[in-house]
Design a binder for this molecule. Structure first.
Ligand code: AMP
Ligand code: MN
Ligand code: MN
Length: 332
């Protein structure tokens, strides 16, 4: 099957894709950036694009400060988190990142050299060329389309097809988040599997990869679940002592269980960092609600049904602010 004509038929290539391919073609030295606290969609997008561009004999820096949790630690060695000089970099590609303050970077980015590839509705279009496609469930799908457009020889590089599949399946929750208006990843994952990517390998990385203490922590955090408004708002928290270098609870694993509560509409996970007097919140909701706008209100962002923010203050204060806001907007 010809991948290019299949994508042309099912979706079509946006005009920005051609523009971005041209920019990539012209550039000699690239830096690929993503968001703070990278997830596998971010890492998959960065690494796949970087490996493919290196085959075009380009110098490519992949930048992130991590942390690289769980199976994402496999990719840490490919990254740098320091650069001496950015003057000789021709092009900065920012993936999976909705706003400038979410970019994981320690220096000022020259925006006139920035390309943005993203799928967040809240994206601020801060680059010179922006391809934002919120019909797609992952940013990795954009990288896939771009490489297809550039006639990348997928058969030659099993690593690239696997990383693309890993990135897509991570944001689509291994097919759980497919919706009637977000189904393209079904087709794209099929195309990648036809090029040698192994879905079982991705599954094992995502779901058969916890240590015993992580599953115990999941139990502990689930045990702390509380609810409001007739069990429509469901929330829980994690404290400073719960996580350490070898124990990390992924929000995906927690929400998999939390969202199984049938009455639940809005789900909040508070990750308390008392040492730095801040709380990281992760939220999910059913499609009639919009946690993205709640997250934006607190200086964060994300998607309609999955969003987050980092809020200063102690747990009790932050919890009250967030739950009051959700109650006021949706359950007055
Ligand atoms: P998480 O709950 O960490 O899995 O994040 C869910 C979604 O919200 C992801 O798509 C993130 O990109 C987005 N997100 C999380 N935290 C923030 C933040 N502080 N600012 C903007 N977007 C965020
Ligand atoms: Mn992401
Ligand atoms: Mn994403």
């Amino acid at each position: 099957m010809d991948i290019k004509s299949t994508i042309e038929t099912v979706k079509g290539f946006a005009k920005e894709i051609a523009e971005i391919a041209k920019e990539l073609d012209k550039a000699h030295k690239l830096m690929i950036l993503g968001h703070k606290n990278p997830d596998m969609d971010c890492i998959g997008s960065q690494v796949a694009l970087a490996l493919a561009m290196r085959e075009h004999a380009k110098e490519v820096i992949i930048y992130s400060n991590g942390p690289f949790n769980g199976y994402m630690s496999d990719y840490e060695k490919l990254y740098v988190n320091k650069v001496e000089n950015i003057d000789d970099i021709d092009l900065f590609v920012v993936v999976d990142t909705s706003s400038i303050n979410r970019i994981d970077v320690d220096f000022e980015l020259p925006l006139e050299k920035v390309i943005v590839l993203d799928h967040h509705v809240t994206n601020e279009n801060f680059g010179k060329v922006n391809y934002i496609d919120s019909d797609l469930i992952s940013a990795t799908e954009i990288i896939f389309m771009l490489l297809v457009f550039m006639d990348y020889p997928f058969d030659r590089n099993k690593t690239v097809v696997q990383i693309l599949l890993d990135g897509i399946l991570s944001d689509n929750g291994y097919y759980r988040h497919i919706r009637t208006d977000k189904y393209m990843s079904l087709i794209f994952t099929y195309l990648l599997i036809s090029k040698g990517a192994d879905p079982k390998e991705t599954y094992d990385k995502m779901y058969v990869n916890n240590n015993i203490d992580e599953v115990k922590l999941l139990g502990k955090v689930l045990n702390r679940i509380e609810s409001l408004k007739d069990n429509q708002i469901i929330y829980t928290h994690q404290t400073d002592d719960d996580e350490n270098d070898t124990v990390h609870l992924s929000s995906a694993l927690l929400f998999l269980q939390m969202t199984s509560i049938k009455t639940g509409k809005i789900f909040v996970y508070f990750k308390v960092n008392a040492a730095e007097n801040k709380v990281i919140i992760s939220m999910r909701c059913t499609p009639e609600y919009d946690v993205g706008s709640i997250a934006c209100f607190f200086g964060g962002g994300g998607h309609t049904v999955a969003a987050g923010a980092t809020i200063s203050g102690d747990y009790e204060t932050v919890k009250k602010k967030v739950l009051d806001k959700i109650s006021e907007v949706y359950f007055p």
